[in-house]
Design a protein. Structure first.
Length: 137
């Protein structure tokens, strides 16, 4: 790894904005779900939403991987990479829970993917808080 001690930590912290943007498609779905709990899912619409989520997560994951990491954030960087791998795995599991031919949902597989995605998203919050805390004098 290159010497990253001279990198500006503020530049690295810009990842917070990108992470926030990457979770917006998932947040949009969850918000809809809470606002309309009795509404029946449209499997085709949900699959498209999951694919949108996956694209957003993978894009952010690639941005995280491509970052030059200041020494100050090495631990947090590894935590973010791990969390985003779990997020993408969970989202893929949710996509694959729908039968490609019939659109029928395998709810156990979906729930498993959702739990993995949700847990990983919740792991990100304390990492981002640590990054912010390290930047605050």
């Amino acid at each position: 790894m290159d010497d990253t001690s001279d990198l500006n930590p503020i530049d690295y912290a810009q990842i917070i904005v990108k992470i926030n943007a990457s979770i917006q498609p998932a947040s949009k779905f969850v918000k809809e779900l809470y606002e309309h709990p009795d509404k029946k899912w449209d499997p085709d619409k949900r699959i498209l939403n999951l694919k949108e989520e996956l694209i957003s997560f993978v894009h952010c994951q690639h941005e995280i991987l491509a970052l030059n990491v200041p020494d100050l954030f090495l631990v947090e960087h590894v935590q973010l990479m791990s969390a985003y791998q779990d997020i993408t795995n969970g989202t893929q599991e949710m996509i694959h829970s729908f039968n490609a031919n019939t659109g029928v949902l395998n709810s156990n597989r979906y729930d498993s993917g959702y739990a993995l995605q949700k847990e990983a998203i919740h792991k990100i919050i304390p990492v981002l808080q640590t990054i912010i805390r390290k930047l605050t004098p």
